[in-house]
Design a binder for this molecule. Structure first.
Ligand SMILES: [Fe+2]
Length: 229
């Protein structure tokens, strides 16, 4: 394969107007294809959730589009940061800000996947199952856990409510600020609730508790339980 020259002019519109101009680079076509194959994330299709009670098609389709944007921007950042290293730009303000941005975009992608994947179920949690028993053990009762989890979801601000499991086995209900603030290192997400306004305002306006109620009616408890260790 011959050398592959390209001039990339890449704009990351989500970066508060920051525009990056990547200078002409020469990399082999084979190398570029190999790297792209290794790095690229692909947006998953959650169309099966359309028709879910309490979630309009407009809201869900908008939400899928937002999720796809996180996948696109994660791929852009992976690619751009690798190029910056090759071009000697480590330590520049542009490099630093993109590095800071990476966790926000990546978590925006991954948390949406957990969220959509723990939706689409019907019925309550099996009270005799592994997850219900673990919840009752750590929170005193399922009811107390649900009160706490819904309380986290109803907190003012934009972010996520996450039921996390520590490697020790212990469960915690956590508030995540935006996508990246407050995660518990080394813990496994068991149940994820999106409480950014885009997740509910089209259907519920300011009535976030009503949205959380609809979320609970559609939890795929088997998917959540499968994450438990
Ligand atoms: Fe979202």
């Amino acid at each position: 394969m011959g050398a592959w020259s390209r001039r990339q002019f890449l704009t990351l519109t989500a970066m508060s107007g920051m525009t990056l101009i990547l200078k002409e680079t020469n990399i082999s076509f084979a190398q570029a294809r190999k790297e792209e194959k290794m790095m690229a994330y692909t947006a998953k299709d959650y169309g099966k959730l359309l028709g879910m009670e309490g979630f309009s098609e407009t809201l869900l389709k908008n939400h899928f589009t937002l999720y796809q944007g996180y996948v696109t921007n994660t791929n852009k950042l992976v690619d751009t940061l690798a190029q910056m290293v090759k071009e000697g730009k480590v330590g520049t303000p542009e490099y630093s800000e993109l590095k800071r941005r990476f966790g926000w975009e990546f978590n925006g992608m991954r948390l949406h996947e957990y969220y959509f994947e723990n939706l689409g179920g019907k019925g309550a949690l099996d009270k005799n199952g592994k997850l219900a028993k673990k919840i009752a053990q750590d929170f005193g009762s399922y009811e107390d856990w649900e009160k706490d989890f819904k309380g986290v979801g109803a907190m003012r601000g934009i972010g996520w409510a996450i039921l996390y499991q520590d490697a020790s086995g212990k469960l915690f209900n956590c508030w995540i600020q935006e996508h990246d603030g407050g995660h518990l290192a080394g813990c496994t997400p068991i149940l994820i609730l999106d409480v950014f306004e885009h997740a509910f305002m089209i259907d519920y306006g300011l009535k976030r508790p009503d949205y959380i109620g609809a979320f609970f009616k559609n939890i795929d408890w088997k998917a959540a339980e499968a994450r438990l260790k």
